[in-house]
Design a protein around this ligand. Structure first.
Ligand code: ZN
Length: 416
């Protein structure tokens, strides 16, 4: 490694760390605001609860990771869809400085024979893991998991649809995630988010209870009397067979009772709105942190020697295949506002954003505008060995929950 690239990669890590610190600080600010409108005791209570939950989740995670390490198939060095897989893995393990001696790439499919040999085939705990991995193995996917020993994983359908250069880009992206310890850095962020959300829920609940109590019988009486008045009014002025009558009376009752509670405690509505806002803010910070890690992994992959144009076409292939599999339109065909809102609440940036950043990197690296345009918009090319092609799409069937309600590709993907 020459000194120039050494400095570059060091800078990259400093930036990475500063970014994490910025997100932690902002989420800490959300917690401080939560304490200010509620009570520091709520924060302590929430922190205790989240710590307890996290401890249990950590045990589950350990089991899950051990299962993956022991029972998932390891790809051969010369894979039928990827003849250079072994060489690529070796280079990337060296560049990233990850654990040597175990230079292998895992698949997602469970190795049944190995499970029997390990005596795991009769363990009911692993049955759910087995199903989950086998389901994911049918989709184009890559990820890195493991807190102690990073496990780099790529599915066969993805190896099948990518060219060698694209495989290198996708794997390099995963190695950057591991080397930059993105998984580990996301833990304090998620912890703080959970503390903020739980403490805000307590503040919200406490405000509702105490304000309703302080409004006392007045609120209750208004609820009953107001409801009766509303009922009479609605009956007198409208068709009594109105199918929405019950709903209207309920709404009128609620509004009147809320009005009384708000009179008794003028802070009621502002506090409720603030707690909801702060919870949402904490969630959005976590998503934003994840998205910035994705950008860094894309950038870092280029530093590891990946071709930025291959990264672009790899992302496009995965995106196309997944949307085809789910039978939903690609995000570029969705309205602008919907796309932007979706981006704000996603763990991964939209394809357009990733392609735009990678295009900038490619331009700086000396690729021509025509080459970049071809990678970003041109027809996708598939290897000769590939059984997958754009013209005769053999999109994997949709299995499991890969998309959320908005058709957004969630955490499983892309190139996680
Ligand atoms: Zn990623």
């Amino acid at each position: 490694m020459c000194i120039y690239s050494y400095v570059l990669s060091k800078l990259y890590r400093l930036k990475d760390t500063l970014n994490a610190a910025g997100h932690y600080a902002a989420t800490g600010g959300v917690i401080a605001a939560t304490a200010a409108i509620g009570s520091p005791y709520f924060i302590l209570g929430a922190a205790g609860y989240v710590a307890y939950k996290s401890f249990n989740a950590h045990k589950g995670r350990k089991n899950y990771e051990e299962f993956a390490e022991d029972s998932l198939r390891v790809h051969p060095e010369k894979h039928k869809f990827s003849p250079n897989l072994g060489k690529m893995a070796k280079t990337l393990y060296e560049k990233s400085g990850l654990k040597k001696g175990k230079e292998r790439i895992h698949g997602f499919r469970v190795d049944a024979e190995r499970m029997i040999r390990n005596g795991q085939d009769t363990n009911p705990l692993v049955d759910s893991f087995k199903d989950m991995f086998n389901k994911e193995a049918r989709l184009p996917n890559a990820q890195v998991m493991g807190l102690n020993t990073p496990l780099v994983m790529i599915t066969e359908p993805l190896l099948d649809m990518l060219t060698c250069e694209e495989e290198e880009a996708v794997l390099a992206h995963e190695f950057v995630h591991a080397a930059s310890m993105h998984l580990q850095k996301s833990i304090p962020q998620k912890f703080m988010q959970d503390v903020a959300v739980n403490a805000n829920t307590i503040t919200f609940g406490a405000t509702v209870v105490t304000s309703t109590f302080s409004a006392g019988l007045g609120g209750l009486a208004t609820y009953v009397v107001g409801g009766a008045l509303a009922q009479a009014g609605i009956k007198a002025t409208a068709d009594s067979h109105d199918p929405h009558l019950k709903l209207k009376i309920g709404t009128a009752r609620g509004a009147l009772a809320l009005g009384i509670v708000q009179l008794a405690n003028p802070a009621f509505l502002p506090v409720c709105a603030a707690t909801v806002g702060l919870s949402m803010g904490a969630g959005m910070l976590t998503k934003s942190f994840s998205r910035s890690n994705e950008y860094q992994a894309d950038r870092g992959a280029i530093e590891y020697g990946a071709n930025p144009l291959a990264m672009i076409t790899a992302l496009r292939k995965v995106n196309t295949a997944l949307h085809k599999a789910a039978g939903i339109p690609e995000p570029k065909d969705q309205p602008f506002i919907q796309r932007e809102l979706r981006n704000l609440f996603s763990t991964h940036p939209t394809l357009e954003r990733r392609v735009a950043k990678l295009s900038d990197i490619a331009r700086k690296a000396g690729f021509s505008d025509a080459e970049i345009d071809n990678a970003a918009n041109g027809e996708l090319q598939y290897d000769q060995h590939s059984t997958y092609s754009n013209k005769s799409p053999k999109a994997p069937k949709r299995r499991g929950r890969v998309f959320d309600q908005d058709g957004n590709i969630e955490k499983h993907l892309i190139v996680a």
